[in-house]
Design a binder for this molecule. Structure first.
Ligand code: NAD
Ligand code: ZN
Length: 351
């Protein structure tokens, strides 16, 4: 193996990413080296590409970006004895510390010292990724690399959707981005009664309806109440999954929830936004903030659900060879796509 590889790097403090040569990472005793096969482009990567305020404050330069991946283990650290070379895998991109009370209690996803690959640490948009063996999630044969590359956002969807009991419940998902659509698929899979998804982007709603058996509502054109009436829902939704980060969507969710309803918030608003707290108090609504995925409970649950009929494949709308990453990012930035997956096997390593 050459000790050089190609990687998609935020090389300068400006808009865009570039394909650069970088050293193949050296692994420590408890790490593995993963050869990357496929990667997913995330909204976070688009923020980093756009070099917005958040990215400028968060991302060190230079940095190999990317955190959604599927690949194969090609090297084991000397103390790694529970994984094998050739094992196909994805992995948790949150690198956790082991010192906090939360970590010591086994609540790894709540560790305050978490660092993200492709955000704070060298990432997965590369031929090779170093990852602690602890973070590796082996992939069963029936989960191919396309799905392996989107397990990270599917994990966000699963963790959010499983925040509350959905069996027999009427569920409102606001925001038909890739994560909203996958959360709707999970709600349907685990036995929700009605699943309604809202957006203001008709393409996204059309995609949602192709992927999941649900009721899409374009809230720029249609009243949510009309749909509730058509579905014979008399008191509103039982559970809301907020997946847009949009203030109006949250307001609408609170307005359309039953007394005692429950909301899981995954969407990240761009800044501080006004909330009608008295409405939330008088409706006795429970709100849960959701960050990342449970390490590793969400991973086990989502793999089990995928093996048991959960189908999110059609949320991947575009596949490109990684040499065409610029087109991939353009498609993501257009808002007209679902997930975009890049194939690293066809990389032109010579240039
Ligand atoms: P996305 O930006 O692709 O999708 C958001 C969707 O919300 C878009 O389709 C947009 O048109 C829609 N929207 C805008 N205004 C709306 C309104 N008034 N009503 C309904 N929908 C509206 O995002 P994504 O990649 O699917 O991620 C979903 C959200 O989750 C984003 O806010 C993202 O930042 C956040 N996120 C959070 C975490 C976490 O750990 N908390 C992790 C990943 C993503
Ligand atoms: Zn992601």
């Amino acid at each position: 193996m050459s000790n050089q590889m190609k990687a998609l790097v935020k090389a300068r403090a400006e808009v865009g990413l570039s394909m650069e040569r970088a050293p193949v990472p050296e692994i420590g005793a408890y790490d593995v080296l993963i050869r990357i096969n496929k990667t997913g482009i995330c909204g976070t990567d688009v923020h980093i590409w756009n070099w917005d305020d958040w990215a400028q404050k968060t991302v060190p330069v230079p940095l190999i970006t990317g955190h959604e991946f599927a690949g194969e283990i090609v090297e084991l650290g000397k103390n790694v004895d529970d994984l094998t070379i050739g094992q196909r895998c994805s992995g948790e991109g949150h690198l956790i510390g082991k010192k906090s009370r939360q970590s010591r209690a086994g609540k790894f996803h709540l560790d305050p010292e978490t660092r993200g690959i492709g955000v704070n640490e060298q990432g997965a948009f590369a031929e090779y990724l170093r990852l602690p063996a602890f973070n590796v999630m082996p992939l069963p044969d029936e989960i191919d690399d396309d799905i392996g590359a989107i397990l990270d956002p599917l994990g966000n969807a699963v963790h959010t959707a499983l925040s509350f009991d959905l069996v027999g419940e009427d569920v409102l998902v606001t925001g038909a981005g890739p994560i909203g659509i996958m959360a709707a698929a999970v709600a349907r899979h685990v036995g929700a009664r009605h699943v309604v998804i809202t957006d203001v982007n008709q393409d996204r709603l059309d995609l949602a309806a192709r992927v999941v058996d649900l009721f899409p509502v374009n809230v720029a054109k249609q009243e949510l109440r009309e749909v509730e009436g058509a579905l014979k829902m008399s008191q509103g939704f039982d559970v809301g999954l907020e997946m847009s980060g949009n203030q109006m969507a949250l307001d609408q969710m609170v307005e359309n929830l039953v007394m005692g309803g429950r909301i899981a918030l995954l969407g990240i608003p761009p800044g501080k936004s006004p909330v009608d707290w008295s409405r939330i108090v008088f409706k006795a609504i429970t709100i849960k903030g959701v960050y990342g995925r449970e390490i590793f409970e969400t991973w086990y649950k989502m793999i089990a659900m995928l093996q048991n009929g959960l189908n999110v494949r059609d949320v991947i709308t575009h596949r490109f060879d990684v040499d065409d990453f610029c087109i991939g990012f353009e498609v993501m930035r257009s808002g007209l796509s679902g997930k975009v997956v890049l194939d690293w096997n066809k990389l032109n390593s010579s240039t």
